[in-house]
Design a protein around this ligand. Sequence first.
Ligand SMILES: Nc1ncnc2c1ncn2[C@@H]1O[C@H](COP(=O)(O)OP(=O)(O)OP(=O)(O)O)[C@@H](O)[C@H]1O
Length: 504
Amino acid sequence: MDDLLVGEGPPVALLVALALLAGVAAWAVPTLGAREQAREERTLRSGVVGHVLALGVAERTRERAGRIVSTATDGVERAAAYRGTFVGPMIASMTVPLVVLLVVALTIDPVAALWLLAGVPAIPLAVGGFQAAFRSVSQRYRASSRLLSARFLDAFQGLTTLRLLGAGERMGATLADAAEDVRKHVMRMLAGNQVVLLVVDSVFSLAMITGAAALAMNRLADGAITAGQALALVLLSTLLLEPLDRIGQFFYIGMGGMASVREIRRLHAEQPDVVDAPGAVDPGPLTEAGVSFEGIGFAYTEGVPVLQDVSFEVAPGEKVALVGPSGSGKTTAGSLLQTALRPDSGRVSLGGHDLTEVPVAWVREHVAVVAQHTFLFTGTLRDNLLVAAPGASDADCWQALADADLAEVVRALPAGLDTPVGERGLSLSGGQAQRLAIARGFLKDAPVLVLDEPTSHVDLASERAILEALDRLGAGRTVLMISHRPATIAGADRVLTLTDGTIR
Ligand SMILES: Nc1ncnc2c1ncn2[C@@H]1O[C@H](COP(=O)(O)OP(=O)(O)OP(=O)(O)O)[C@@H](O)[C@H]1O
């Protein structure tokens, strides 16, 4: 018995040292991992958001918006958890078998260590095999979860339309179906997880312990090791299964995380529609703000041209109205002038500078837009004005509000410029939001103005006030007005009609 307990095995000091090391590692790995996870989440999210902002307007669909929201929120969390709390411990646990084999070789029996070494490759092979087998299960789960996000986004953005059409219940049923789909995929993943745990616990653990016990008996019978060493060999061999103990975390953190990392990579691989051309040079201040479209051709989809050989000029300070049937390409022409899109053929220029030869930021600095809808960011009224001119003072903001005929409304609010707007704050009427956009235009003070049907969603009473404010904003600027409405076109110096993708 004495021999069994104190026979030649690994020296006690070594075992104590290893136990201490394991204790320190058990504390350090999760602590460092959690810190890494938080850092990684911040970096990944700002990377995704920055990239999405750099991507342009083309191909924007609801499904894609849902996918981006899901990638930037849930996807980033999963990828960070994977990198922070799974990869490190998984690699660390993969080193455990090697350390164990080294201890066995040095302190018990090199031959036994060699035999055990033969079984070790089965571990990474098993991990890789499970990974390959369940990749599609995890991908299907991520796809169903993205679709659910897209549907939710759709339902929330179209809430008013759904209510007006009495379609709330139907949309509720669609959302319930999508949620059920996610539930089914989660259950499939859990079932897969249970199968893996069962296989690991029954087959692998049993095989490893049986093999190690047989090996120990054999070597003991050969007289190569003592009874104490044989016991130590069997006990140590259970540690070889350490990497497989992590398999439990494999599905939620490992597989989900890997799928999210791939999604983030795919998003980063998408190129912005418009980037600075190589060799683009900042031409300095704009001296004359004339706009010219020369032989412009553009298609969102190959073979389906939206604009064909469109040519026109807007002289500095001139107001030109661009009219035409719905879908004729008026907004597209405005987007080309803002460099939100690039023409397939021809040349758009501002102040004589071809827009492909100057930095995109230079163009956007000189062109202001008032569009059909004005987006209000969650924040204060001041924040919503300063997006147009970050350095503007309160006095500048009040002046811009007065010019846009909105100062009285804001003055009547107890918190004035500090009034919260957007998601959880004050909701402005359609007309007030348009006047806020005009105030942004005054603050930006750009020489060129694109008005894209700015009164299409307001009533006639608001339209008058908005048109007066737009008149003030347009004074002394080059203006391209896109509109259907006779009242808007009335103020134009010239009217161009876009039909079937070209100016007639
Ligand atoms: N991002 C896009 N991706 C693909 N096709 C688009 C996109 N935006 C517009 N289109 C298509 O291009 C054509 C021109 O659209 P555009 O919005 O420029 O027309 P419009 O004259 O401004 O119409 P409306 O007066 O209704 O606003 C339409 O057939 C439209 O469906």
